[in-house]
Design a protein around this ligand. Structure first.
Ligand code: FE2
Length: 378
């Protein structure tokens, strides 16, 4: 009679035979992480075992196929959003890797919000990918299969829109936020300091960069921010809030928090942590295949929903290397904003207008019917 663990392994192996699961895992490892056979790869897992083992096994198989040496670390990971520190064992393992891939519970996926992780990226030749395809459903999705070349084309092209530094964010819930943004340099939409794509459509990512897989967000710390911000979604809560949270922002600081029980919850945490009311992040999503219903089910909109094209999110607390120091980082956002950068409408009531750009559609057609890649999932 099979034991529970052998039954689990058997189920995992069966799922690995599913071509789509391996297709997603290979797209992550070869396409987005761009792992080379001479790189030291660290796969970091949490002991809480909330991630589907079939996904982990598929990733291990895909990494093994590259020939790169792989180490696996299993620990009780720090909670990154609350500024918890790396243990000496974690620090040593991460410092010895070129490529860190971690697969954690979605609510703890954003290690980018933690100062220790950033320090490791800056001190060592390290790039990081947080795998948020933690279930077969997401690893099998169009989003996980998305062509890396098309992703980075839209990502770099979006970043290059930051040449006019005036931004205005509005929505029907009352958001009315004015920001000044630092500019990105002009240039090729397939080559940037963050990532580039060569003539063979292969991605190159330098050390010091951090990404979600699957991804799809432009995120930045604004130079200046003022106005009203309304969250209909908040990290830590599944689906739409019982009552939207209304934040008043003055000169980068949240001066008022209004709403229901979720607003009280956020306000209490902002008070508890040093500089917890500093407005540190503005971001918008660029991938239309990020699944809406899956995203609404989980308590981590920052992982799934805020990658979706045309969404926005903002955060308070720490933005490593800019703003003010804080152990805290917390995100909230919405799905139907209008965003203008100078005179350009980047998002029109939740629709990411770049999806209609002729050059984007032409690049998408290289991979099949452009509608498959540029229309919204569900
Ligand atoms: Fe964030």
């Amino acid at each position: 009679m099979p034991t529970a663990s052998s039954a689990n392994r058997s189920a995992a192996n069966k799922a690995i035979e599913n071509g789509d699961l391996m297709r997603g895992a290979r797209n992550c490892v070869n396409g987005y992480c761009a792992i080379q056979r001479d790189e030291r790869v660290l796969l970091w897992l949490d002991r809480n075992d909330t991630v589907d083992p079939t996904v982990v096994n598929a990733l291990v198989t895909a990494i093994d196929e590259t020939g790169a040496p792989l180490s696996v670390l299993r620990t009780k990971a720090p909670i990154f959003r609350y500024g918890q520190r790396l243990s000496p064992v974690e620090e040593a393992a991460i410092s010895n890797a070129n490529v860190l891939m971690h697969v954690f519970d979605l609510e703890n996926a954003a290690s980018v919000d933690n100062a220790d992780i950033y320090r490791c990226m800056w001190e060592h030749e390290l790039r990081v990918t947080s795998v948020i395809a933690t279930t077969p459903r997401i690893m099998n999705s169009d989003w996980a299969h998305y062509p890396p070349e098309l992703h980075y084309y839209m990502w770099i092209k979006s970043a290059r829109l930051l040449c006019d530094t005036e931004a205005h964010l509005t929505d029907d819930l009352g958001t009315d936020l004015h920001m000044k943004l630092f500019p990105w340099p002009k240039g090729d939409p397939l080559s940037s300091s963050w990532a580039s794509v060569d003539k063979k459509a292969k991605v190159h990512r330098p050390a010091g960069t951090w990404e979600f897989f699957p991804g799809g967000t432009i995120a930045l710390c604004p130079k200046a921010v003022e106005g009203t911000l309304v969250f209909e979604l908040l990290e830590g809560f599944a689906g739409y809030l019982s009552e939207p949270i209304r934040l008043t922002i003055k000169d980068h600081w949240v001066t008022k928090v209004e709403g229901g029980t979720e607003a009280k919850w956020l306000k209490e945490r902002m008070r508890r942590y040093n500089n917890g009311s500093y407005f540190c992040e503005f971001a918008w999503g660029i991938n239309p295949r990020s699944p809406l219903q899956e995203g609404l089910k989980v308590k981590a909109p920052d992982s799934l929903l805020f990658r979706r094209a045309g969404s926005f999110h903002c955060a308070v607390g720490l933005w490593p290397g800019m703003g003010v120091p804080s152990p805290f980082h917390w995100d909230g956002g919405g799905l139907k904003p209008t965003l203008t950068l100078g005179k350009k409408t980047v998002i029109d009531r939740g629709y990411f207008t770049m999806l209609d750009d002729p050059d984007v559609r032409e690049l998408a057609s290289k991979y099949g019917n452009p509608e498959e890649f540029l229309s919204y999932e569900s």
